[in-house]
Design a protein. Structure first.
Length: 227
């Protein structure tokens, strides 16, 4: 009985397979280090925001003579930190997306060989992104995600503190009169604060198609999980 000979040149050698495997492992470790680094940068921004809020609240409510507009300065500062964190979150998602790509298509397939990769072009996608890294999450989506998860509670604390400062801790019977700043009527100040919060909330909660890398809680949504 004749046995068909298979050309060994058509098969990848054990050395080449080992090199690819070790290379992907090294790549995964490097990308995980980047994810950890950028996650630390996000935490630092949030920590500085909480520190500033605590300092502003402590000083404003330490004496009735302290001006309320420092709370407005605190709001502007928090908004600025929010913008900075949004940019950092976009870059964090770049490295996180690579890690999830490797986990889904390489490590998960190695552990459970019966299940194929999510898509056949994952290697092409990874190679293209390594050659030309690109931001995958739009700025508006990153802004909305950080606002809902972190900055909405912080900004709410400042808003409530400002309202309490204008009403409970004010010697003036008219909150609008108390809200005035030098040269700016109180009505204008209140309107600007209200519009700012309304715009931020509209941007954060406006429905849009998600571009961010899938996360754990998405698995609970049957038929709506996006890798």
């Amino acid at each position: 009985m004749a046995v068909e000979r298979v050309d060994d040149g058509d098969r990848p050698s054990e050395e080449s397979v080992g090199d690819v495997s070790s290379g992907l492992t090294a790549l995964y470790r490097g990308e995980m280090d980047r994810v950890t680094t950028w996650r630390g940068r996000l935490d630092k921004t949030t920590n500085w925001t909480v520190t500033i809020i605590a300092a502003v609240l402590t000083w404003v409510f330490s004496s009735p003579d302290n001006p309320h507009y420092l709370l407005l300065v605190g709001m502007i500062t928090v908004m600025t930190f929010h913008l900075v964190e949004t940019r950092r979150y976009q870059r964090y998602d770049v490295w996180r997306a690579r890690v999830r790509l490797l986990e889904r298509n390489v490590f998960a397939a190695s552990i459970d060989p019966e299940n194929r990769a999510d898509h056949d072009d994952w290697a092409l996608e990874l190679g293209t992104d390594l050659r030309r890294p690109s931001i995958k999450m739009p700025f508006v989506e990153a802004y909305a995600r950080r606002y809902r998860r972190v900055y909405l509670p912080l900004q709410t604390v400042l808003l409530v503190a400002w309202i309490v400062r204008l009403t409970v801790f004010s010697t003036d019977q008219d909150p609008f009169g108390t809200a005035g700043i030098v040269g700016v009527p109180g009505e204008v100040v209140v309107a600007v604060v209200g519009v700012s919060y309304a715009v931020a909330a509209a941007v954060a909660f406006w429905p849009r198609e998600r571009q961010a890398t899938g996360e754990m809680y998405d698995r609970d949504k049957e038929g709506d999980w996006k890798p």
